[in-house]
Design a protein around this ligand. Structure first.
Ligand SMILES: *Cc1c(COP(=O)(O)O)cnc(C)c1O
Length: 243
């Protein structure tokens, strides 16, 4: 199988392809099992491949195995990979912390932003979204475990920010994203997602159709509580090396 190497050149990389194809198959099976286990409609949960720190060749391998949605956390790194993978029909999601002076490339080069946590950021994204592109899909990040170190709005701030962001012309407010504090216990993993799901349901806005819930460690609990997008990195691409 031909994939992109680190320097963007085409190369044979059968082993990488085999590994990533196999892992993708396992993750898709886990998602289907979880959908089935809680009577969710088959196919109602989208797999977002989280590729931060991973080279373009890993994304190319996943793409060739059928993966289309990719999530990135670091803007410069993401823009570089977007260039390397320019020939691929990828839907790009930004899921990392947002600096307000970096909103223009986000508005220009992504299809989704999951990590919006202020009206200021949302306004800039709307103003800077090129008009020839469809509205930018937005999730508001909610700090559901109230961790002081984590970004995201509080649950109490959610109704007002939803109302304000929904009015911005070049954005399409789709729902919420959460990264709860890690828990080993399945029932404890479910709790924060349940709370946030209910809070969104209480807003009675049918256009909010997206719950960006769940990572490698809590995918099943997230799907049980209504996730529509699971963001999976480690299970697909292996451990990350930040060195
Ligand atoms: C890194 C990251 C993920 C993927 O986490 P894994 O545990 O590797 O699956 C998901 N969501 C966000 C916001 C991330 O930063």
């Amino acid at each position: 199988m031909i994939v992109l190497s680190n320097n963007g050149q085409l190369t044979d990389n059968g082993q990488l392809m085999t590994t990533i194809t196999e892992r993708l198959k396992q993750i898709r099976a886990q998602i289907s099992d979880a959908e089935l286990a809680c009577n969710r409609q088959p196919g109602s949960v989208l797999l977002l491949a989280v590729s931060k720190t991973k080279p373009a060749e890993d994304l190319a391998a996943a793409y060739q195995a059928g993966q289309r949605h990719f999530g990135e956390n670091y803007l410069q790194e993401a823009l570089k990979k977007q260039q390397e993978l320019g020939a691929y029909a990828i839907t790009w999601h930004f899921i990392g912390p947002i600096q307000s002076n970096k909103t223009k490339p986000l508005a220009t080069h992504f299809d989704w932003v999951h990590s919006v946590d202020s009206l200021k950021i949302a306004r800039r994204l709307s103003e800077q979204r090129p008009t020839h592109l469809p509205p930018l899909n937005i999730c508001l990040q909610v700090n559901i475990s109230d961790e002081p170190s984590k970004s995201g709005i509080t649950l109490a701030e959610l109704p007002q920010l939803c109302e304000q962001v929904a009015k911005l012309p070049n954005l399409k407010l789709r729902g919420v994203m959460a990264i709860p504090a890690p828990q080993d216990d399945f029932e404890q993993q479910r709790q924060p997602y349940k709370t946030l799901y209910q809070a969104v349901a209480n807003l009675k806005q049918p256009s909010l159709d997206t719950f960006s819930f769940g990572m490698t460690g809590d995918l099943k609990a997230a799907i049980a509580e209504g996730s529509t997008i699971v963001r999976i990195g480690t299970a697909l691409f292996g451990e990350r090396d930040y060195a």
